[in-house]
Design a protein around this ligand. Sequence first.
Ligand code: SF4
Length: 402
Amino acid sequence: MQANAPITRDVVTIPRKIEEGVRRNVVGLSRDALREALIEAGVSERQAGMRTAQVWQWIYQKGLRDFAGMTNLGKELRVRLAEHLDIRVPEVVTKRVSQDGTRKYLLRVGGGSEVEAVYIPEEGRGTLCISSQIGCTLTCSFCHTGTQKLVRNLTAGEIVGQIMVVRDDLDEWPGVGEPFPPEGRLLSNIVLMGMGEPLYNFENVRDAMKIAMDGEGISISRRRITLSTSGVVPLIARTAKEIGCMLAVSFHATTDEVRDRLVPINRKWNIATLLKALREYPKASNSERITFEYVMLKGVNDSDEDARRLVDLIRGIPAKINLIPFNEWPGAPYERSSNNRIRAFAEIVNAAGYSSPVRRPRGEDIMAACGQLKSATERTRRSRRKGRADALPPDTGPVARE
Ligand code: SF4
């Protein structure tokens, strides 16, 4: 990356224009907004509260995707709602299932763009990693998504919709008469660690997570939701106050010099500024420990000295350090640290009293590194298009080649 390249392009969320004739999507609306939408569709003010609760439960508790099946609503009302409103979630373009059970989805959202979500099953629980933006403005040099341009922020509906489509795929909506929330959930945890910087799409992420936490809907507790930021310092306190979920930070380096290279947002908010904001986080949200993510890059940030500096830096912060063996992607400028190096690093961190689990690489056979599936799918499409174009007769003009 050039030294004078922009670190962050501030993103203004421009609400997507609702195309005329397209019914309004209710997925992602807050309860209040849903109430308004129902009133606009013809529900009386007097009944609006009750109808909102009923529709909400059908969508987020039972996973229904059409109004016709909402049997506790009158038939006439169901028809009217279907005329005005829609229940739309992202569409699965590609799904890959790894030998270890990890599922990686490429999802098409409004306007035809695509984002990734990854489901990681574990003993007694399952974590879904979701995206908050299409692409990313930041250019973390170890991250594949960082090589993709930002297209736009996802809407709240597109963020919570990722949880809903994966629940569909896992067939995890409770049937009529079955307990809710279901025992031993397959999808029990959410991490906002996919494509994008969630705090650059704060309002939509917040609204989506409020829906995910709602006890009469998807019902995932705030302690089972982790938002991972690269360090957007001014929004950390707001995250505590307005979302209250667990926080993870892409830390990855112990000196500003190295972090400037790995996580360039560090040039805007350096390590000292970030740590100050983090020290205040648990108090504000009453959360448990902050997770420090630390990707292990051979010869870059993985020395004993780094480990010692890391524990000195975070002293006093209730923390857990997640050591992540680098998930290499084609053209990546780094290599994964050796297992012995990772072990030695972990020992130093452990000895200082911090838990430092080494994340087991998952889904390597299905390109689970963030952003990889999207790029690979685009590459395949490009080469198919090229193949088709090459097969056209030479006198075929550019229009026909499109
Ligand atoms: S690590 Fe996160 S913030 Fe950094 S480039 Fe990748 S997606 Fe963006």
